[in-house]
Design a protein around this ligand. Structure first.
Ligand code: NAD
Length: 337
């Protein structure tokens, strides 16, 4: 790609295994000739008073400017007087929807075949509003906030996603039979948006029933949209259906068209610095970033190469039962490009 048509994207390699798996993404992108220029930002060593966090103002500005980014795992240092790194990103960039595609990796056997679903989680409110207090000794209260604005925004994103990705159905997951006001409002907003998308089938499924259906037969679902806490739980359940968090990509959608893709696993301190980490989740997250940029050709090529490498089974990292290093696995992917 020539200098002039390069797209700038922010890269947070993150902590622990982060830099190793980020290196793998950079290598694969280079070999696939992806027209991306990375702007690398690292978590700071000191608290930036402007963000009250170890993330600097400059790194947040970089995402705001570029509107696309990729993030490795971040380990928030323990101590008082600063905000968690992930919370800072979510609040400052207003990352309102977390999107996780979950599909079976061919050749990597799990209990389920042919899983192909998308979870879309509201990311800013619900039980995660952080409004908890003690009423009297022995009695505490936690506020679950659901707003029309945030519910419409995530519902709109889910239906738009379904329509633009050739998906047939959106299921709103809820417990409105008990949480009548909060989940009731969430559903009302989903219904309103559904009316604007007559080509997409809309259904409502109670969360407990949804769990049972997912475990019995994941192909009953297509796109699932839900409030924060349900999304947190269901998205991990779905990751489990296809082999765990080391394989699952995700992308956070923010205000003003920001997309910050991230692997959902942590910094894996037990294997950090040993060239043992599996870069699949971060690579597939980078693929969701490319799709967000409409670079579908490159996204398909990289996704195919990753899946082929895993399916072949010759080079697999330890978490998938293999003996390969991160570098060997990455080289095998590059050979498939
Ligand atoms: P973890 O995901 O880091 O590790 C859990 C287990 O999975 C470990 O045995 C680890 O070796 C393995 N694992 C994870 N990713 C892997 C990969 N790509 N390849 C191979 N093996 C992998 O979870 P944890 O130990 O609970 O958390 C460690 C740190 O990460 C904590 O500081 C936590 O706060 C942070 N964390 C960050 C994020 C994020 O930035 N989104 C998410 C979760 C945890």
């Amino acid at each position: 790609a020539s200098e002039s048509n390069l797209i700038r994207a922010t890269l947070f390699p993150g902590d622990g295994i982060g830099p190793e798996i980020a290196e793998s993404v950079k290598e694969v992108f280079k070999v696939a000739d992806v027209p991306i220029e990375w702007e690398e930002h690292f978590v700071g060593k000191e608290i930036d008073p402007r963000t009250q966090s170890f993330l600097t103002w400059e790194s947040l500005e970089s995402v705001r400017r570029n509107k696309v980014g990729l993030k490795g795992p971040m380990a928030t240092p323990i101590g008082k007087g600063h905000r968690s790194l992930n919370l800072t990103l979510r609040k400052e960039l207003n990352l309102y929807a977390n999107v996780r595609p979950c599909y079976s990796l061919p050749g990597y056997k799990t209990k389920y075949d042919g899983v192909d679903l998308i979870t879309i989680r509201e990311n800013t409110e619900g039980e995660y509003s952080g409004l908890e207090h003690q009423v009297v000794r022995g009695v505490v209260e936690s506020l679950k906030i659901i707003t029309r604005q945030a519910s419409l925004r995530v519902a709109e994103y889910a239906f738009h996603y379904a329509k633009t990705h050739g998906r047939q159905r959106v299921s709103a997951i809820h417990k409105a039979n008990i949480m009548q006001k909060t989940d009731g409002l969430f559903l009302k907003c989903c219904r309103e948006v559904a009316e604007k998308y007559p080509d997409v089938v809309y259904e409502e499924v109670v969360i407990d029933n949804c769990c049972m259906m997912l475990v019995k037969n994941p192909s009953l679902f297509d796109v699932l949209v839900m409030p924060n806490l349900y999304g947190d739980i269901i998205s991990d359940l779905c990751a489990g259906l296809i082999g765990g968090l080391g394989l699952t990509p995700s992308c956070n959608i923010g205000e003003g068209g920001i997309a910050l893709a991230e692997a959902v696993h942590g910094s894996a301190p037990d294997i950090a610095g040993k060239n043992l980490a599996n870069p699949t989740a971060l690579l597939l997250s980078a693929v969701t970033m490319l799709r967000h940029l409409d670079l579908h050709d490159k996204a398909d090529r990289i996704q195919d190469a990753v899946l082929k490498t895993i399916a072949e089974g010759k080079y697999r990292t330890g978490d998938l039962g293999g003996k390969s290093t991160t570098t060997e696995f990455t080289n095998a992917i590059c050979d498939h490009l």
